[in-house]
Design a protein around this ligand. Structure first.
Ligand SMILES: *Cc1c(COP(=O)(O)O)cnc(C)c1O
Length: 386
């Protein structure tokens, strides 16, 4: 077998930790790989291909338009760039230098996370709002509408919302507040799939722009993502990502760009630094279609059955299956961090979810484990927790 990783002296790992970027993200199905291989062998106009992606993403999400990015984080940078520059090509050319232009993005203090660097990379200034009383146990009050109103200044362009399973119901009210104050609502839904219904939920709830990872549950190329939302905002983001070494006289903009408002092509924008190739664009489109068509319940049941078989190799009292769209096998150990270290030092190295390691819990997620590796995974787990 032609094993490129062996040739490079890089070890294959069993990744039971989920679609973590540092472990290679999603594993692609053959149908996606075949489409990427076919895409790799021919030349196309990338703007025309992104317009086709826009149609596919619009169909899957219910949004007006969409584009393929090099990841959800890149989508956040492009979303911020679109909200700051709109169709002003001089502003596009200046980013991330936003001196003298409206550049503030409001974000609830409880939503701040390390990916807000992606917003700041476009030149945005993230403004914390509200308190974290619930998070710290100090009190019961959450972010209130008057606090949003008080934070809005002439420099405010957008509101960033980090979606999680338990806060999505807040989006319609936040969207209404944003409309009232003239702010664009950006939703980071990078890891909010499955359920596939979330592809549509945040757009339907009133978000102007939503980002998803292509390299997580969708099963697209690891370095891909989706930016979906309002046509003009997506068009602005696309203009700031596409290669702009074009003849101004002969420039053929993708059809989602309103040429009446962009008569002259901008120069290379902030997103030129995270371009996507034809292979990623095609791979993402095909993976997205397959993800939408998949029978989610049957898929989840398949994972649960596999987890059940793996659990049989382990002490029954240590195991419990946590149900969900992506079910997990939780294994109680006496020495969580050390057990995880033994797994990672094994041959092959095995990685498990480490979110509750300190409490002794290892979480096994099969989204990125091939069924043929289940037996070695079970044997490694049995050795590591013995
Ligand atoms: C994974 C993740 C991202 C980044 O996604 P990429 O596709 O890897 O760029 C951003 N935000 C959240 C909440 C994530 O979980």
């Amino acid at each position: 077998m032609n094993d490129i990783y062996a040739q490079l002296g890089v070890r294959r790992r069993i990744n039971a930790a989920g679609t973590l970027t540092r472990l290679g993200g999603s594993l692609m199905e053959d149908a996606v790989l075949d489409a990427m291989r076919a895409a790799a062998g021919a030349s196309v106009d990338i703007g025309e291909l992104q317009a086709a992606a826009s149609r596919a993403i619009a169909k899957a999400t219910g949004a007006e338009a969409g584009m393929v990015t090099s990841g959800a984080a890149a989508g956040l940078t492009l979303a911020a760039a679109a909200c700051i520059a709109g169709f002003d090509i001089a502003r596009m050319g200046r980013l991330p230098d936003t001196r003298g232009m409206p550049n503030e993005i409001l974000m609830p203090r409880t939503h701040r996370n390390a990916y807000d660097h992606a917003l700041r990379a476009a030149g945005a200034v993230v403004v914390d709002i509200g308190h974290n009383d619930r998070g710290t146990g100090a009190g019961i009050r959450g972010l209130e509408p008057w606090e949003v109103a008080a934070a809005v200044t002439p420099a405010t362009v957008a509101f960033a919302f980090a979606a999680q399973g338990d806060n999505a119901h807040e989006i319609p009210a936040v969207a209404e507040l944003c409309r009232r104050h003239g702010l664009k609502l950006i939703v980071d839904a990078a890891a909010q799939l499955p359920p596939a219904s979330n592809l549509r939920a945040f757009v339907a709830a009133g978000a102007d722009l939503v980002v998803f990872s292509g390299g997580k549950a969708i099963g697209g190329p690891q370095a891909s993502g989706i930016l979906a939302g309002k046509r003009d905002l997506v068009a602005s983001a696309l203009l700031q990502q596409l290669d702009m070494d074009v003849s101004p006289a002969r420039w053929a903009a993708p059809d989602l760009v309103d040429r009446a408002r962009v008569p002259v092509p901008p120069h290379h924008g902030i997103g030129r630094a995270f371009k996507v190739g034809k292979e990623e664009i095609v791979g993402l489109i095909v993976a997205l279609e397959r993800f939408v068509e998949r029978d989610e319940d049957a898929f989840g049941k398949g994972l649960t059955d596999r987890l059940g078989r793996i659990a049989k190799a382990l002490p029954a009292q240590a195991c419990s299956i946590r149900p969900g769209k992506v079910p997990l096998l939780e294994i109680r150990t006496v020495d969580g961090p050390a057990a995880a270290a033994r797994l990672a030092a094994g041959d092959p190295p095995v990685h498990v979810g480490e979110g509750q390691l300190e409490a002794g819990l290892l979480a096994v997620n099969l989204l990125t484990v091939k069924p043929e590796d289940d037996a070695s995974l079970a044997a490694a787990l049995a050795r590591a927790i013995a």
